[in-house]
Design a protein around this ligand. Structure first.
Ligand code: SF4
Ligand code: SF4
Ligand code: FES
Length: 483
């Protein structure tokens, strides 16, 4: 047996004004799960503690709670000393029991073909549907979905179910159109839902993007998304020219200032090429100062992310082929990008003959010169497509700590992704405001991030300056050079 002390958020709406933490010290067996700890509290300390469970083996989904702020299944999560246990962030009935009913009732159910022509799904189709069917209704995804929190979006598991029914030949309803009315295009592609899903259901990629693609071919694309698609087809870029572009301001090969430590290709992306070229020039300067030869193919174009995320996929293969050809023609074996969205797309939606790395990944892997510490207190915004899309959270912080002090804030979506900023500006603004409030709470003087869409969007919702990591690092180098 071992002794544990844990904090549990208690709340009885009938008697309490507000939720409050209670601390409990209990005895549990080695390897005990959080659910065992809750049983011990209930049996030995306080029989009024309310929580849900059924199977105890990760099959029913009823025990989902937050441990140290992260949604988990209590029956699968190890009970550790010092943890905090809270309900999911959905309306609480009492203590750890939340009101799941509205989310369960919102799930679409099969509308079956009853005539003799009804078809059964074949073996291959059953396999295709399996990942979408493995939901255990824990509603962890629902509890973290930013779109659902600020709009009338149906939510991730509703979209999962719509896609599952779309695939089922026994179902007779027009599921794509139904999903559109449930807010299909309101998802910001933040990836939060599948990162917390105990069954690892890839809802954004395997359900939402697929439904958007089917909806697009039924003529449901949003007019603003269609405009972006037309611009990409016409110009190869998702935004218009407003100033000399990064590609116009650079040459194909930018040599380092000292010996060549590494040679990489640079994928600039539409936003850094056309809207924020100065920031991309800062990144090139940082790489050159760190012995990196940067090759910038002139023929590179949009990575296709705005099309893939919004389901407008007919031109995507052309973009992929042109980008791959642009880099392979120059015998590049490593491609670096400073845009989280482009990096995630190149890594997951392409099959590249070269390695793709984020700017922060490259610098931390090859080593980088020490900058001056600028004495700033900054906060770091994790771009969804870098943190959840590529699993890169520590590398930017390793660099950032050399230049500034970091005050952390919760890793939440800023609202700019998935075509939401263009398609639903009100929703994007509401999420931007949430981000702005968290920034304010940190008391930081500056916001640092690694994504042009986040940079642009957050700047509209905070009075603090927003910079890419590369710019801050370059400022650290310049400061060090001062006499
Ligand atoms: S990707 Fe983000 S916005 Fe989209 S359904 Fe999942 S949690 Fe919600
Ligand atoms: S999709 Fe995953 S996280 Fe969402 S309810 Fe189903 S099992 Fe839970
Ligand atoms: S009790 Fe069934 S999943 Fe945890």
């Amino acid at each position: 047996m071992k002794q544990l002390t844990l904090r549990v958020l208690r709340f009885d709406p009938k008697n309490d004004d507000a939720p409050h933490f209670e601390s409990y010290t209990i005895q549990v067996h080695e390897g005990a799960r959080v659910l065992h700890a809750l049983h011990a509290i209930h049996d030995d300390c306080d029989p009024t503690l309310t929580y849900r469970y059924c199977c105890g083996t990760g099959q029913c989904g009823s025990c989902a709670v937050r441990v140290n702020g992260e949604p988990v299944l209590a029956c699968m999560e190890e009970a550790r000393d010092g943890i905090s246990v809270e309900p999911l962030e959905i309306p609480v009935i009492k203590d750890l029991a939340v009101d799941l009913l509205p989310y369960i009732e919102a799930l679409p159910v099969i509308c079956p073909e009853t005539t003799a022509t009804a078809q059964m799904p074949g073996k291959d189709l059953v396999e295709t549907m399996k990942p979408l069917r493995s939901c255990i209704g824990c509603m962890a995804c629902v509890s973290v979905c930013p779109a659902l929190a600020v709009s009338d979006f149906g939510g991730p598991t509703v979209m999962r179910q719509e896609m599952r029914l779309t695939l089922d030949p026994r179902d007779t309803k027009d599921r794509e159109s139904e999903a559109v009315t449930e807010g299909l295009f309101r998802c910001t592609s933040c990836q939060a839902c599948w990162k917390v899903c105990p069954k690892e259901i890839q809802i954004p990629g395997k359900a939402i993007e697929k439904l958007r693609e089917l909806a697009h071919y039924k003529g449901h694309s949003l007019p603003r998304h269609a405009e972006v698609a037309a611009l990409i087809k016409e110009t190869g870029r998702s935004v218009t020219w407003t100033a000399p572009s990064f590609l116009e301001l650079t040459t194909e090969v930018m040599e380092p200032y000292g010996p060549v430590k590494k040679s990489v290709g640079f994928f600039v992306g539409c936003m850094y090429n056309l809207r924020l070229p100065k920031t991309a020039l800062d990144a090139i300067e940082v790489l050159r100062r760190n012995g990196v030869r940067v090759i910038i193919p002139r023929d590179q174009i949009c990575c296709g992310s705005p099309l893939i995320r919004t389901g407008q996929t007919e031109y995507v293969d052309t973009l992929k082929a042109r980008n791959i050809a642009a880099f392979t023609a120059l015998s590049i074996d490593t491609v670096v990008t400073m845009c989280a969205g482009c990096g995630s797309t190149l890594k997951h939606d392409y099959e590249t003959p070269f390695k793709v790395m984020d700017f922060s990944e490259l610098l931390t892997e090859t080593g980088f010169g020490s900058p001056a510490h600028l004495g700033l207190n900054v906060t770091y915004h994790d771009p969804c497509h870098l943190a959840r899309g590529q699993g890169i959270t520590e590398q930017p912080r390793v660099i950032l700590r050399k230049v500034a002090d970091i005050t952390e804030m919760p890793s939440i979506c800023c609202g700019s992704g998935g075509g939401v900023r263009s398609g639903f500006p009100d929703e994007a603004a509401a999420l931007g405001e949430r981000r702005g409030e968290e920034i304010k709470k940190t008391g930081a003087e500056m916001v640092v991030t690694c994504c042009p869409f986040c940079e642009f969007h957050i700047a509209g919702h905070t009075d603090k300056p927003v910079q890419h990591l590369a710019t801050l690092l370059l400022n650290g180098y310049k400061e060090k050079e001062k006499p």
